[in-house]
Design a protein around this ligand. Structure first.
Ligand SMILES: [Zn+2]
Length: 431
């Protein structure tokens, strides 16, 4: 393997990965870890498998640093969600190469990224690359379900394996138009998931005599409408400020609402989740009998807070919207919500890649409304973790529709772009 043809190498590795069924549950990620170990060791990259359960191995590979520089982790997961072959135009585990794309469950989420990162570290190793800090590749299990055998477990049981200064993970990288200018999106933070339960009280009674009872379900319906009508007062966090700065001037706080309302729809949809909390009632339970008017009705609301916020920051607004009524509000759990700073050498490395490769485009931070494994690294080690792998051949709308859906595929051009990008960042930070 003297000549480096990263495109062919990444495509063939991805096709092999896609042929392995690692649908989670049950996962069975060890087959993917073994395939990657064989590939990486062939290129002289030292590998270690870590498994709490034998069938669910995490692979960590490393080019040791010379010392004195920052370490970089290329993070990915090898498990996928399920696929129903009846909905697909090709076998979801065939790794078919067709119309300039590699097809299969996980091509976008995220075996394509696995293959790009493995190819990047393997080819660098064969070229004799000696980074200042460790260059680490981790292909972990259990991202899609989360039963603590993947990265969360590694962070607590084998922290030395994954403790790094910088990390590139999944999350974003799509090229979109922002106010007429092309930009790539980079996830630098995640919202906090903080669901709560409303216990709404009434007085039970026989359903044939509605007037003698106080129907908790009917009360709950009124409260649900108030919850849904509540709009978070907009607030400018650093990530949103950096994004709006790309569009021109950053609005003053009192102008924020008007400025955002005037943005084109697709930009507004991107910005709005970064300006405040979001509430969605999702579960309701009341009487279990047709003829019994419920005296109690429970409503669970999904609630996403801005990074760094706590339930105490939003509870007064929620209670004010609900008004005086007969209910209790109980927070169920608080998960995620970590962020990484924006002005870092990792950010600079992303910009320097784009300056060479796509000079008309910039990069802007976004806050993910969901959760990724980046959270565990930020929480455990203070790692600067971004969700970024550039993608520009496949339209972002199409990619979003294909993730977790039928006919998932990745454009070979995007796969190659990913390898070149990861090699650039590793070389830049490791210099
Ligand atoms: Zn994923």
């Amino acid at each position: 393997m003297a000549t480096t043809n990263v495109r062919t190498e990444a495509v063939e590795l991805l096709r092999e990965l896609l042929r392995l069924n690692t649908v989670n549950p049950p996962g069975n990620e060890t087959v993917a870890a073994e395939l990657l170990r064989a590939y990486l060791e062939d290129s002289g990259v030292a590998c270690e498998l870590y498994a709490l359960e034998p069938d669910r191995a995490n692979l960590v590979a490393r080019i040791p640093g010379r010392g004195g520089g920052p370490s970089l982790l290329l993070l990915s997961h090898t498990d996928t969600v399920v696929a129903d072959p009846a909905e697909w135009s090709v076998d979801p585990w065939s790794g078919a190469l067709r119309d300039g794309c590699v097809w299969g469950r996980g091509a976008l989420d995220m075996k394509g990224h696995v293959a790009a990162a493995a190819t990047a570290i393997a080819t660098l190793a064969r070229e004799g690359f000696e980074p200042v800090g460790d260059l680490v590749f981790a292909a972990t299990a259990d991202e899609e379900v989360g039963v603590d055998v993947g990265l969360s477990w590694l962070c607590s049981a084998h922290p030395e394996a994954v403790r790094t200064d910088y990390c590139l993970n999944e999350g974003a990288g799509e090229r979109v138009s922002l106010g007429g200018r092309p930009v790539y999106l980079c996830t630098t933070a995640e919202k906090v998931s903080a669901p709560f339960r409303l216990r709404v009280y009434g007085r039970s009674g026989h359903a044939s005599m509605p007037r003698i009872a106080d129907n908790a379900l009917v009360r709950a319906a009124r409260l649900i409408e108030r919850v849904v009508a509540l709009r978070s007062p907009p607030r400018l966090i650093p990530e949103a400020e950096a994004l709006l700065a790309r569009l021109g001037a950053v609005p003053e706080p009192e102008e924020l609402e008007n400025v955002v309302a005037g943005l084109p729809l697709e930009v507004r949809q991107m910005v709005e989740p970064m300006l405040g909390f979001a509430l969605s009632p999702t579960i309701i339970s009341a009487s279990e009998r047709t003829n019994v008017i419920p005296g109690l009705c429970e409503v669970v609301c999904d609630c996403r807070l801005l990074p760094g916020d706590t339930p105490a920051d939003v509870e007064p607004a929620i209670r004010a919207a609900l008004g005086e009524d007969s209910y209790d509000l109980e927070w169920i759990e608080v998960v995620g919500g970590t962020r990484s700073p924006l002005a870092t050498p990792l950010w600079d490395a992303i910009e320097s890649f784009l300056a060479e490769d796509d000079p008309s485009a910039g990069v802007v931070p976004i806050v993910s409304p969901g959760f990724t494994d980046s959270h565990f690294l930020r929480q455990a080690f203070g790692t600067v973790a971004y969700g970024f792998l550039p993608m520009r051949t496949m339209e972002p709308d199409l990619a979003a529709r294909l993730v977790h859906s039928a006919d998932e595929r990745i454009a070979v051009d995007d796969l190659e772009l990913g390898v070149r990008f990861l090699r650039h960042v590793a070389a830049t930070l490791g210099r």
